[in-house]
Design a protein around this ligand. Structure first.
Ligand SMILES: Cc1cc2nc3c(=O)[nH]c(=O)nc-3n(C[C@H](O)[C@H](O)[C@H](O)COP(=O)(O)O)c2cc1C
Length: 171
């Protein structure tokens, strides 16, 4: 079978879904959209590479579909699999919890032995705290998107990020 890149996401009000669709468009025909509300996590381990999308809700919590599948998610075998993350949040409304859920997913990917790519610089954002930062605080652990405060930046950020990812995913 051809290389397939799963874009695995949950979305309550549609912003993460829209970002997932833009990422798929930028990646091209190898991208497969995988909404966990409809498909659960079945088949995730079979993708050649995985891109996980999560918005943060309720003061630093996982989006509800991720919450529902969390026990299954932590048990996935992603050893050696190329993976990347994108998160949606609101840096003004929820400055103390900006993109925390992306940080929670990142911890699980790290523990499962995935090869994690696609960190993203913190320049251009204003927030107070985030669980989605690299240890030195200079990067987010994945692509940081904020449709509430910086909607106009989303499409360009996705383009840049996906082009950086392509060679790392060996496309
Ligand atoms: C009730 C509520 C709580 C939220 N909590 C957070 C939060 O703790 N941290 C954050 O970065 N964004 C938070 N947000 C912003 C959402 O993550 C943001 O609107 C996101 O784009 C929603 O994605 P979705 O449409 O895919 O569900 C919150 C939004 C709402 C309405």
């Amino acid at each position: 079978m051809d290389t397939q890149i799963g874009i695995i996401y949950g979305s309550t009000t549609g912003n993460t879904e829209r970002a997932a669709e833009l990422i798929a468009k930028q990646l091209g025909p190898q991208a497969v959209l995988h909404n966990i509300a409809e498909q659960g996590l079945e088949g995730v381990s079979s993708y050649s590479a995985c891109i996980f999308g999560v918005p943060t809700w309720d003061f630093g919590e996982l989006q509800e579909d991720w919450e529902d599948l969390w026990e299954e998610f932590v048990k996935l075998n992603l050893q050696g699999k190329p993976c990347a993350l994108f998160g949606l949040g609101d840096q003004i409304g929820y400055a103390e919890w900006f993109l925390d859920a992306m940080g929670l997913l990142h911890e699980v990917l790290q523990a499962s032995g995935a090869k994690i790519y696609g960190r993203w610089p913190v320049q251009g954002y204003k927030f107070e705290a985030s669980k989605a930062l690299s240890p030195d605080g200079r990067f987010f652990v994945g692509l940081a998107l904020d449709d509430d405060c910086q909607f106009a930046e989303t499409e360009e950020r996705i383009k840049i990020w996906v082009e950086e990812l392509k060679p790392l995913f060996e496309l």
